[in-house]
Design a protein around this ligand. Structure first.
Ligand SMILES: C[S@@+](CC[C@H](N)C(=O)[O-])C[C@H]1O[C@@H](n2cnc3c(N)ncnc32)[C@H](O)[C@@H]1O
Length: 447
């Protein structure tokens, strides 16, 4: 294989000899004039395909406006300005690119994005942006650029130089009071960026969140989460493949039940016919085929490794519009606005979540008034049955094989206590599925 590759590379190098020669003679500059027009056209196609991803990527930009003034964004290798549409209203943008011929296209992008303020265009390469003052910007953006720069570490060094350091009073006092704190706290350092070594440690999976703890201001900034490694971490990667395959057989057996469950989802659509549905723990997208034509789906799951299978289900269900895939757990969907969705769906998820009540509170928060929460969950069996006995015996093993799934949950109690205004819940015996998960609850509740 390596030999064939080396041979093919050689052929293409030979074919490119005239281009190498043109570059050596200094005539490649002509292409630099043409490239912006090519990129301008390609960017439109790329942005169409990557629209959701970019929206997701730039969603948190306003959070970096920590000094309360205008948010300043510097874009390295801005090209034709294809990212401008994703920047938050009112921000100031400084553009840099080593190719001066982009200026014309940049201007037209600016005209089409009057929600942002254009500061200036600086002709500079990423490795040397001396014209930009140190510690002067809140955010640096770089998309499809690091593949072209000559020196990535130097570009990143420049990025660090231009970024403003945190400027909160907490940051100030943490640094000032570090020496006494060190001695009183038996060697404790309050100025450590512990998340960086954690991120760099190479865990198979890392869930990390920055939170403000209700403590003394000096130790308010906290990180919480967990990192996994070894065999169980690898199983997290493998689980989506298993779930994807098992889903086919489960969906076959539960086809009529699911059709019955989702029969009246359409009645929660808005007066203009639109319906925004969010699925918690969407997994590989096993429910898509049951959703009504034209509805917009927001997918969420804490396991990012489901995305590949989710995309396959999206391809197979073109009757829906997919807004985004968010890697979040049901207990914490802070990126989803209050009262912003018409329907929330949860199937075979509440058995695996860490805290069912927290998930249900999040469901109520993000639902519009009058919106509905649909559920289909396996639950604990009747205590007088053999199924109950086996559920309790096999629970520990099932927990690990099922990626945290618990088969003895009394989920109906949590749903009943969640404070919905209306609840339609029934207990059923799922047909033909494993005895362990045969007792199910299904239905919907209304906010
Ligand atoms: C058995 S799969 C079900 C997938 C899909 N809902 C279905 O019906 O096919 C369980 C799903 O719950 C997700 N999950 C686990 N913990 C979760 C949590 N705290 N919040 C949201 N989803 C969670 C898993 O990643 C997985 O996708």
């Amino acid at each position: 294989m390596a030999l064939i590759m080396a041979f093919c590379t050689l052929i293409f190098n030979v074919l490119c000899l005239p281009l190498h020669l043109i570059k050596a003679l200094g005539m490649y500059e002509i292409y630099k004039r043409v490239f912006p027009i090519c990129l301008y056209r390609c960017s439109i196609i790329y942005n169409n395909k990557m629209h959701d991803k970019k929206k997701e990527l730039f969603r948190s930009l306003p959070e970096f406006n920590r000094h309360g003034k205008q948010l300043t964004i510097l874009e390295i290798g801005c090209g034709t300005g294809s990212n401008f549409q994703f920047y938050p209203p009112g921000c100031k943008v400084i553009c840099t690119d080593p190719n001066p011929h982009f200026k014309k296209y940049l201007k037209s992008s600016m005209e089409g994005n009057d929600h942002i303020t254009f500061d200036r265009f600086v002709v500079a390469s990423g490795e040397d942006m001396g014209a930009i003052e140190s510690e002067s910007v809140d955010v640096v953006v770089c998309t499809l650029v690091l593949c072209s720069v000559n020196n990535i570490p130097k570009t990143l060094q420049e990025t660090r130089r231009m970024l403003r350091p945190p400027s909160t009073w907490t940051y100030f006092f943490q640094h000032v009071l570090q020496p006494p704190w060190y001695y009183f706290g038996d060697g404790c350092e309050i100025v450590r960026d512990t998340w960086k070594p954690l991120e760099a440690a190479g865990f198979t999976d890392l869930k990390l969140k920055h939170v403000e703890a209700p403590l003394l201001f000096l130790i308010k900034p906290h990180i919480i989460g967990y990192a996994i490694t070894g065999l169980y971490g690898m199983y997290k990667r493998l689980f989506p493949l298993l779930a994807y395959n098992i889903t086919f057989s489960y969906n076959d057996k539960m086809h009529n039940t699911k059709r019955d469950l989702f029969r009246n989802v359409g009645k929660f659509a808005n007066t203009d016919g639109t319906l925004r549905l969010l699925e918690i723990g969407c997994g590989s997208g096993a429910n898509f085929r049951f959703y009504p034509y034209g509805c917009t789906v927001i997918c969420t799951d804490p396991n990012p490794h489901f995305e590949k299978y989710l995309r396959m289900s999206m391809e197979a269900n073109k009757h829906l519009t997919y807004e985004t895939f968010m890697v979040v757990s049901g207990e914490d969907m802070e990126k989803v606005e209050d009262g912003s969705v018409d329907v929330v769906v949860c199937t075979l998820v509440l058995c695996s979540v860490r805290n069912v009540q927290e998930v249900l509170q999040e469901v109520r928060r993000i639902l519009k008034p009058g919106g509905a929460f649909y559920f289909l969950e396996h639950v604990e069996s009747d205590p007088s049955s053999w199924t109950f006995f086996f559920q309790h015996v096999f629970e520990p093993l099932w927990y690990y094989l099922g990626d945290g799934c618990m088969i003895t949950k009394k989920t109906w109690r949590d749903i009943e206590a969640a404070g919905f205004s209306e609840l339609h819940l029934k207990h059923i015996e799922a047909p033909k599925v494993s005895r362990m998960i045969r007792p199910h609850i299904m239905g919907y509740s209304i906010k």
